[in-house]
Design a protein around this ligand. Structure first.
Ligand SMILES: *Cc1c(COP(=O)(O)O)cnc(C)c1O
Length: 231
């Protein structure tokens, strides 16, 4: 099943303020995933104090951004083709879905062109089920063993992102999140030990964020639990 259309049975919308306060108390950053939602829908959450929003398509993000306040931190969370980077590079705060060296180099080039620093997360394939996107640990090592990559201009490596399998088996979901946390720890040790800003483990969606928090998530990406089910 595609992650884009998952409406979890029995999952209820939560009162936004309660959710926000709970996450703040636990020191976890919230990205409100607004894909398919309107500018008005986003304003509703913005006025309740939310500033980080996530979109999974570059075009949709570039279309919405000019209609919304400039102090929103936009996160790109979906697969990103290199030829689309230029549309979001002027304003995007973080790209969470970096899964190749080619994409890294393109983001670096576009960031420099716009005189900006763009935060990035490396996306890892942690789901046991077949998923298309994401690095495995060995690929990340091969990339980061090149010191030039670690020091590309215009880019700040902030951490890792991953999606667990869309299954009922909570043990499997937990295993997958645990794997991502362990990848984060190893990367930090091997490549970013002196870097205080390599500090983000982005994992947890509406259906599995509680498990993700127990396994060390520092950032959750929540859509339907905030905005209601997507069509
Ligand atoms: C859609 C999406 C989410 C949020 O999904 P919900 O189940 O609605 O919370 C999180 N991460 C990514 C990458 C997504 O595409």
């Amino acid at each position: 099943m595609s992650y884009e259309f998952c409406n979890l049975p029995g999952m209820e919308e939560r009162n936004f303020t309660d959710l926000k306060e709970e996450l703040e108390r636990r020191g976890v950053k919230l990205v409100a995933v607004s894909k398919t939602k309107t500018v008005d829908n986003i304003f509703e959450i913005y006025w309740q104090g939310q500033r980080a929003f996530g979109e999974n398509r570059a075009q949709e993000l570039a279309d919405k951004q000019p209609h919304l306040p400039a102090d929103i931190n936009w996160h790109m969370i979906g697969h990103l083709q290199t030829n689309k980077v230029k549309y979001i590079a002027p304003f995007v705060a973080m790209i969470e879905s970096v899964d190749s060296e080619k994409l890294l180099r393109t983001i670096s080039k576009e960031a420099v062109k716009n005189n900006r620093i763009i935060d990035i997360l490396l996306q890892f394939k942690i789901a046991e089920e077949e998923t298309k996107f994401g690095l495995d640990f060995q690929e990340a090592e091969e990339m980061l063993d090149n010191d030039e990559i670690v020091h590309l201009p215009g880019i700040r490596f902030r951490g890792v992102m991953g999606m667990a399998s869309f299954v009922d088996d909570q043990d499997q979901v937990r295993r997958e999140f645990r794997q991502l946390k362990s990848i984060f720890d190893r990367l930090k040790e091997q490549y970013f030990r002196g870097t205080s800003t390599f500090d983000i483990v982005s994992m947890g969606m509406s259906g599995d964020y509680e498990v993700a928090l127990e396994e060390g998530s520092t950032m959750v990406r929540l859509g339907s639990i905030i905005f209601g089910a997507r069509n």
